[in-house]
Design a binder for this molecule. Structure first.
Ligand code: IPE
Ligand code: IPE
Ligand code: MG
Length: 236
């Protein structure tokens, strides 16, 4: 591992398989989510250790609201509790937290906590941890399109001036480089509405590992897989 030369600047992970992991152990789905938090912490640590600069984690999709209310509540609570609890350690590790996705469907309490986490970790310069929470790529693109259209309507931007960089700058991920590697655990091979624009030239890796089992060793394996890839960007 020590001699892996090509370390991705940005890894984005679709953390999947918590429910199946729990079921296989005869446990409640929520126990899978709780165990998944341990993997989150392990991957943040591993990312810092290996010099990855951006780590994006898909924590809750806009479609996940359609799950049973009990599971949605448990996920909201777990998310808030974990980020609040981990904030001091994140600061110590030099991690800056940024949250992408909608904010308008959370309770006031959740919204405030999210703001607090972003504010209190903004000095972190080792790793940017991007948490996608009530996020979906299409929703993000619709919001970005509206923002661009409003600027055109107000005369602040001409339609001719709209290019790749204008679109990118209006996405939630503005200023964040595109992911070099997208990992989805649990063996599913789909993006499920995650970073569709940003994934244009990302390498994809779909390990069978369920998210609660995805710890440092699995993270390092992903780095090794990435190092073997040849990226061509349409060139020869
Ligand atoms: C991922 O695990 C966590 C979230 C989507 C919030 P799942 O809950 O989707 O677990 P599976 O896919 O049912 O095993
Ligand atoms: C994607 O996982 C969303 C997150 C990991 C947060 P899902 O389990 O919700 O996706 P599908 O339903 O299998 O596509
Ligand atoms: Mg799933």
């Amino acid at each position: 591992m020590e001699n892996v030369e090509k370390i991705p600047t940005h890894i984005a992970i679709i953390m999947d398989g918590n429910g199946r992991w729990a079921k296989a152990q005869g446990k409640d789905r929520c126990e899978g989510h709780i165990e998944g938090v341990v993997s989150v912490k392990a991957c943040i640590k591993a990312a810092c250790k290996r010099g990855v600069r951006y780590l994006t984690l898909y924590a809750f999709s806009t479609e996940n609201w359609g799950r049973p209310q009990e599971e949605v509540n448990a996920l909201m609570e777990l998310f808030c509790k974990s980020v609040t609890k981990e904030t001091p350690e994140l600061i110590e590790q030099g991690v800056r937290v940024r949250i992408i996705g909608r904010r308008d469907r959370f309770s006031e309490e959740v919204r405030e906590r999210l703001l607090h986490i972003e504010e209190s970790t903004k000095g972190g310069d080792k790793l940017t941890l991007v948490l996608a929470f009530d996020y979906s790529s299409r929703d993000e693109m619709v919001r970005a399109t509206k923002a661009v259209a409003e600027k055109v309507q107000r005369g602040e931007l001409s339609a001719e001036a709209i290019d790749d960089s204008v679109i990118s700058a209006h996405l939630d991920t503005a200023d964040i480089p595109d992911p070099d590697l997208i990992v989805r655990t649990s063996g599913e091979c789909r993006l499920s509405n995650f970073l569709l624009w940003q994934a244009s030239y990302a390498e994809m890796y779909f390990p069978q590992t369920m998210w609660p089992d995805f710890r440092e060793e699995a993270f390092d394996k992903a780095l090794e897989v990435y190092a073997q890839r040849e990226r061509r960007y349409g060139l020869l």
